[in-house]
Write a protein that binds this ligand. Structure first.
Ligand SMILES: [Ca+2]
Length: 492
């Protein structure tokens, strides 16, 4: 922790101040170039109209009233200042001031590079150039302050990142660790107990890990773990986005967003995101509890992921040490060929599960929402899922405390048992059995065609609750919403 604080402080000290008039102006000019014309012009006029000749600071700027277009004098003053600064930098003082102003206008947080041909004896300043990278992730991460970016070149890195990534302060200023090329940088810990990324405590937040492959064939733990490491509890990492990552070959779970069983206290993480990921062939030991995603994070998302051929359940929403996953969104995922459930939600309050395609699970149920053996669920919206060609029951849940579960516009077809049987639920406009003419069923293409009459336009009106389909197409098309994850798009 001391390391993080020190780094953040250093970063603050060296960051150019943005509170000068020049910084303000350049910001406005930049936004003009980006198309924010109307509002930026209003800001510009307001700034010059209100500040006058006194020295300005961010604080005084913040209290300055934005004046409407007022006098000709203000217009002229404003335009003259713009022309003056763009053409010559006048009024900004000497050359060093101009350099500082330019830096503040174009620089955001720096980017550092790591490559297999790199050299850790290089300075962090040198590692800001792609041609002179560091060699190891460990050395590269040590260069980072919160909000910086680390780019990892193609190749395999036998490393593990254990709670050393500094936090950002918002999604816009998140710290980013990413592959230079999508899934061409591979993190492959060599020792049994090393995580790909171990993220610890609530002081870990606004971190984006992007486009990296994490291969855990030599390890016994998870690709990514979000953990509360303290006793007493120090809280969970939050606002962590795992985007475009591939995670494979774990012995147990692939991603855990939950407490460790040996900890005595529990605080949930929140607002974490797993998007556009590929989790496959994890859970090598085949233990029932080793879900690919094991999760009790609050208000969190699993979106646009492919989760397949894992040794246990695909996505498990589950309690741990008394915590309850709430406000989950599970959408637009392709979940197939996992050994147990595709999705199992228990002890869960509030979840939206929509536009998922689920097939080829051999277990007794494809989806379970609250079972007697594992715990109840409440306030679940289960909309527009395509659940096909699984061996067991389509959707099942029998806990007596289940409540407020709404199940609409789903397809259950080609399963061992196509019923949707959930205690405490209301359901309508689902297809439970029968034949659907999918686009290419042998190739697992479960999109609809003009011949998919059992599913076309027969969905309930959800009032815009599901505005897009699994392909991102607008829903509704035709005379009503189609059943399942895909809306058929009629040819023009
Ligand atoms: Ca339709």
């Amino acid at each position: 922790m001391d390391f993080k604080i020190t780094r953040a402080f250093t970063r603050l000290r060296r960051k150019p101040r943005l509170s000068s008039r020049g910084g303000m102006l350049m910001g406005v000019l930049r936004s003009l170039g980006e198309g924010g014309h109307a509002s930026s012009l209003r800001s510009l006029v307001g700034y010059f109209g209100g500040v006058g000749s006194a020295d300005s600071t961010e604080e005084t700027k913040g209290t300055t009233a934005v004046k409407p277009w007022s006098s000709t004098t203000e217009w002229c003053r404003c335009l003259l200042m713009v022309v003056c600064i763009v053409l010559s930098g006048c009024g900004a003082g000497d050359g060093s001031d101009r350099a500082s102003l330019a830096e503040s206008s174009v620089s955001s947080s720096p980017t550092y590079f790591v490559g297999r041909a790199g050299d850790d004896s290089r300075t962090c300043q040198q590692a800001r150039q792609a041609a002179t990278p560091k060699r190891t992730l460990a050395s590269g991460v040590r260069c980072l302050a919160g909000g910086d970016t680390l780019v990892i070149d193609d190749g395999t890195y036998e490393e593990s990142i254990d709670d050393t990534i500094p936090s950002g302060t918002s999604w816009d200023t998140a710290t980013v660790i990413r592959a230079g090329n999508h899934r061409k940088a591979v993190i492959k810990p060599s020792a049994s107990g090393l995580y790909g990324f171990n993220l610890v405590d609530a002081d870990t937040h606004f971190i984006i890990i992007k486009d990296i492959v994490i291969d855990m064939i030599n390890s016994s733990v998870q690709c990514v773990r979000l953990i509360n490491g303290g006793t007493p509890a120090r809280g969970f990492p939050h606002h962590v986005r795992l985007e475009g990552i591939e995670c494979t070959n774990t012995l147990g779970s692939a991603i855990t967003w939950n407490n460790d069983s040996q900890l005595v206290s529990h605080v949930q993480g929140r607002e974490n995101e797993l998007v556009n990921c590929w989790l496959h062939h994890n859970g090598r030991r085949g233990d029932f509890l080793d879900s690919a995603v094991y999760w009790n994070s609050r208000d969190s998302v699993v979106r646009d992921c492919q989760i397949n051929n894992n040794g246990a359940t695909g996505i498990a929403l589950f309690t741990s040490a008394g915590g309850t996953p709430t406000g989950a969104t599970i959408e637009h995922n392709l979940i197939h060929d996992n050994a147990f459930y595709a999705i199992q939600a228990t002890v869960t309050q509030g979840a939206t599960i929509r536009n998922n395609v689920i097939y080829s699970h051999p277990y007794i149920r494809a989806v379970e929402l609250g079972s007697l053996s594992a715990g109840p669920v409440q306030e679940i919206q289960f909309y527009h899922n395509t659940i096909v060609d699984n061996s067991g029951v389509c959707v099942f849940g029998n806990h007596p405390e289940n409540s407020s579960i709404v199940i609409k516009n789903n397809i259950c077809a080609g399963n061992g048992n196509n019923t949707i049987a959930i205690t405490g639920s209301t359901k309508s406009n689902n297809l439970e059995g029968g034949l659907v003419a999918f686009a290419d069923r042998p190739a697992r293409n479960y999109r609809l065609t003009a011949n998919s009459t059992a599913a076309l336009d027969t969905g309930a009106d959800l009032g815009g609750a599901v505005p897009l389909d699994a392909d991102g197409e607008k829903r509704v098309q035709g005379t009503g919403p189609d059943l399942g994850a895909y809306e058929f798009v009629p040819q023009q």
